[in-house]
Design a protein. Structure first.
Length: 537
C-alpha cells in the first residue's frame, strides 16, 4: 500500500471512530473489568473490596488497566479510540479482498462512508427515537447480546483481533500470522477460546485444501497454541475450585446471572433469525474464496455445538458460547455488503463528493452525540452520593446498596440500551437493572455485592449468590425490623447502608449520616466512628 493510500485509510478510520463514539468511563461492563486493575493501582479503597480479591478472569487486561490507572484513568479513552481505528482498518483491508470490489478512489470512499453509516451513533440514536429499537446495532453485534465492539474499552473489544486475522487471511497474508492473531484474542478474554478455535480450524482446513502443505498447517497450529494456551491456563485457573459445588455455580451463572447470553430460548427471536440470514448473505458473496470456506467451517462448528448444547442442556457448553462466533460473522457480513454497495457507487467527482460529505457529517455527528449526551446516559442523581463517598469512605468501610435479582419475566431477545435514558430496565423484560452499578469505580469505596459485577470461580460464584440473596431479601421484603438485623449486617462486614431517600430506614442501630435528593447513607452502629450528618444537594 502506498503511503498516501495508508494515510487515506487512517483519516477514514479516525472519522469512523468519531462517528461510532464511546462511552464515558465506568459504563456497563467496565464496572467489572476495571475493578481488579483499579485495585492493583491503589485506586480508592478497592484493594479491600471483596470482589476485587476474587480470581481475576482477565488478568492481562487488568494489568493494562492498572498501568494506565497509575497515570490517569482517562488514558483508557484514547486506547479505545485506537481499537476502533484498528477495527475499521481491518474492515477496509477485508473490503479490498471482496469479489467485485475494485479499489478505485470512489469505491474506497464509498465503502468508508457506507460502513461508517452502519455503525454511526447518530443513526442509532435516530433509530431509538423513531422506533424505540436500536436496529443498526444488530448489523454489528452478534447473537445473544454479545458483541466485538461495545460502548467502550473492555476485554471483549480485543475480539477486533479476530477481524484482523480474517483480513490478513483474506489479503493473502501468512496463514501462520493470521492464526496467531486470532489466538491472541484469547490472551485478553478467555471467552474467545471457542470462537478463535473455530476460526483457526476454518483457516487450517481451508489452507490444507488449497496447499496440502503439512509444514504450513503445523506452523499455524503451533502459533495458535502458543497464544491460545495463555487463555486456556487462565480459564482453568479461574474455573478450578476444589471442593466447591461446580455444578450449582454453573447453574447460577447460566440461569440466574447471564441467561441473556447463555439460554437460547431467551435470546433467540425474529431479530436473531434475521442476523443468521445476514451472516449467510455475507458468506454467499465470499463463497468462491478460501476465506469463505474458512468462515463457513467456523460457522458450521458453532451451529453444531449450539445444537449439542440444546440437546444436552450442558451448562458448561452454554458458558463456552458456541454462538459467539457470530460476533465476527455479523460484522464480516456487514463489511461484505458495504463493499458490494461501494462497488456500485457512482464514480467521479459527484460520487466522491457525496461519499466524503457523508463521512464527514457522520464524524461530526458523533462529536455532537457525545457533547450533547445523547448516548451512554447514566443516572445523574447518583453523582452527589459518589462525591460524598469519595470524601468520607474509609478503607474498612463496606457499603450495602439496594440490589435484587431482576424480574426478567418472559422477556426475549438481545436488546441494546446504549442510547436509552435511565432507568433502562423494565420489569418483565429481558434486561438487567443498572442502578448504582458504577458504585465502586465512581466512589473508590468497597461494596458488599451488586448484581452486575460477578466472579467466575465456582466457590466465589456461590458466595456471590449468597450475598445477593441476603441483600435482595432486604430490598424486596420488610426484613429491616426483624430481630437481630443489625447484628446480621455486622456479621456480613457491612458498615454502611445506602438506601433510596423515598424509602427511609427507621431502624434501631442505623444512624443517618448523609442524605440527598435520591439517596441516604446510614451507619451501622458500632461499625465506624460517629461523624456528623451531612446533607447533599
Amino acid at each position: 500500500m502506498k503511503f498516501w493510500r495508508f494515510g487515506e485509510m487512517i483519516l477514514c478510520a479516525a472519522a469512523f471512530a468519531l462517528a461510532h463514539t464511546q462511552s464515558p468511563l465506568y459504563y456497563s461492563n467496565q464496572n467489572q473489568y476495571f475493578l481488579h486493575g483499579a485495585a492493583q493501582a491503589g485506586y480508592g479503597h478497592l484493594a479491600n473490596d471483596w470482589l476485587a480479591n476474587t480470581r481475576d478472569p482477565t488478568p492481562v487486561f487488568s494489568w493494562l488497566v492498572a498501568a494506565i490507572y497509575r497515570y490517569d484513568p482517562w488514558g483508557l479513552q484514547p486506547a479505545y479510540f485506537g481499537l476502533l481505528m484498528v477495527y475499521f482498518g481491518a474492515a477496509w483491508a477485508l473490503a479490498l479482498a471482496v469479489p467485485g470490489f475494485v479499489p478505485t478512489r470512489s469505491a474506497r470512499w464509498a465503502f468508508a462512508a457506507v460502513f461508517t453509516l452502519t455503525h454511526a451513533a447518530i443513526v442509532r440514536v435516530a433509530s431509538i427515537q423513531l422506533t424505540s429499537v436500536d436496529y443498526p446495532w444488530y448489523g454489528q453485534a452478534g447473537l445473544a447480546a454479545q458483541y466485538m465492539l461495545g460502548p467502550g474499552i473492555q476485554p471483549s473489544a480485543f475480539g477486533v483481533l479476530l477481524l484482523v486475522a480474517v483480513a490478513v487471511y483474506a489479503r493473502g497474508g501468512s496463514p501462520v500470522v493470521a492464526a496467531a492473531i486470532a489466538a491472541a484474542a484469547c490472551v485478553f478474554h478467555a471467552t474467545y477460546l471457542l470462537p478463535a478455535a473455530l476460526l483457526i480450524s476454518g483457516f487450517l482446513i481451508a489452507s490444507w485444501l488449497a496447499t496440502r502443505d503439512v509444514r504450513l498447517i503445523a506452523g499455524m497450529a503451533a502459533a495458535a497454541s502458543l497464544f491460545g494456551s495463555v487463555g486456556c491456563v487462565n480459564a482453568l485457573h479461574v474455573l478450578h475450585s476444589p471442593g466447591a459445588d461446580a455444578a450449582e455455580a454453573l447453574r447460577i451463572l447460566v440461569e440466574v446471572r447471564i441467561p441473556h447470553h447463555c439460554v437460547v430460548s431467551r435470546w433467540f427471536d425474529a431479530i436473531a433469525a434475521w442476523q443468521i440470514v445476514w451472516m449467510g448473505i455475507g458468506g454467499y458473496f465470499l463463497r468462491r474464496q478460501p476465506l469463505g470456506w474458512a468462515l463457513c467451517i467456523a460457522a458450521s462448528g458453532g451451529l453444531l455445538l449450539t445444537g449439542l448444547q440444546l440437546a444436552t442442556g450442558s451448562y458448561a457448553l452454554a458458558l463456552a458460547f458456541p454462538w459467539r462466533i457470530s460476533v465476527l460473522l455479523v460484522p464480516v457480513a456487514t463489511i461484505v455488503v458495504a463493499a458490494q454497495l461501494a462497488a456500485r457507487w457512482p464514480r467521479g467527482g459527484g460520487g466522491d463528493a457525496v461519499a466524503a460529505t457523508l463521512l464527514l457529517a457522520l464524524a461530526l455527528s458523533g462529536v455532537v452525540v457525545m457533547l450533547l449526551g445523547w448516548g451512554y446516559q447514566m443516572a445523574a442523581d447518583e453523582e452527589p452520593l459518589y462525591a460524598y463517598l469519595r470524601q468520607t469512605a474509609g478503607p474498612q468501610d463496606v457499603y450495602l446498596v439496594p440490589v435484587s435479582f431482576p424480574k426478567v419475566g418472559s422477556g426475549r431477545g438481545a436488546v441494546s440500551n446504549t442510547f436509552r435514558p435511565p432507568p433502562r430496565a423494565e420489569p418483565g423484560t429481558n434486561q438487567i437493572p443498572v442502578d448504582l452499578q458504577r458504585f465502586r469505580l465512581a466512589s473508590g469505596a468497597c461494596l458488599y455485592v451488586d448484581f452486575k459485577s460477578i466472579p467466575y470461580s465456582a466457590a466465589e460464584v456461590l458466595e456471590w449468590y449468597r450475598r445477593m440473596q441476603f441483600a435482595s431479601s432486604l430490598t424486596t421484603t420488610d426484613r429491616w425490623h426483624s430481630p437481630g438485623i443489625v447484628a446480621e449486617l455486622k456479621r456480613e462486614g457491612i458498615t454502611h447502608v445506602v438506601w433510596p431517600r423515598s424509602k427511609p430506614l427507621v431502624v434501631d442501630g442505623l444512624e443517618l449520616m448523609y442524605i440527598d435528593a435520591a439517596y441516604a447513607v446510614y451507619r451501622v452502629n458500632g461499625a465506624v466512628e460517629r461523624t456528623a450528618v451531612r446533607s447533599g444537594s
